[in-house]
Design a protein around this ligand. Sequence first.
Ligand SMILES: C[S@@+](CC[C@H](N)C(=O)[O-])C[C@H]1O[C@@H](n2cnc3c(N)ncnc32)[C@H](O)[C@@H]1O
Length: 216
Amino acid sequence: MTDETPDAHPLVMTPQDFSAANDWPGYFGAVLGKPPRDTLLAALAAFEHEGVAAGLAVDLAAGEGRDTLALLERGWRVVATDAEPAAFEYLWPRVPAAAHDRLTATVARFDDTALPPCDLVNASFALPFCAPQYLPALWARIVAAIRPGGRFAGQFFGDRDSWASRADRTHHTHDDVLALLAGFDIEMLRVEERDDPPDVREPKHWHLFHVVARKR
Ligand SMILES: C[S@@+](CC[C@H](N)C(=O)[O-])C[C@H]1O[C@@H](n2cnc3c(N)ncnc32)[C@H](O)[C@@H]1O
């Protein structure tokens, strides 16, 4: 289950409400201190299972840094990107001093994000917020950046999600996701589909794909 609608109450703004409004500073405050995403943890477990040492990860649209902090904690070097400068105001104070030299935090939009060659691209709840016209080029840069044997971890939103009608969001069918992952061995492709309880402010239908994939 995603944690975007925890402890719903019609008067309480949830992360879902902030992301619906593209209010990213509000979102960062609402999710501050939450644990790393399951897709990231699964990718890291797969590297550890292979005996692969911590390498370089790009945390795309890293937000306030829940995943970046987990990567740094495990010895990874991280390039964290986000369009919203406030993301890094939340992140930097929580980075241990000993890890500062392993983090590069860059303000960049999806359409102008440069990705260095890396072992992992982590895109937790990120790509759905890329406008559709920029997604193909961004995905091409993601695939090109990941070394063979490296991994992609993250979420896509599905075509049956309530937000699929929004012009500023990118949604995919199951077949679309399979096509994007054509050059990868899929290690996780978990479909989450559910309705919000009726007592949240703006109940929606969620349709998500949780993905971990290893580049061939
Ligand atoms: C739902 S949050 C996810 C943040 C974090 N990865 C996580 O798992 O909590 C979406 C993120 O996308 C970022 N974002 C929104 N539009 C963007 C754009 N055009 N380019 C880059 N980042 C963007 C937001 O600032 C926000 O940090």
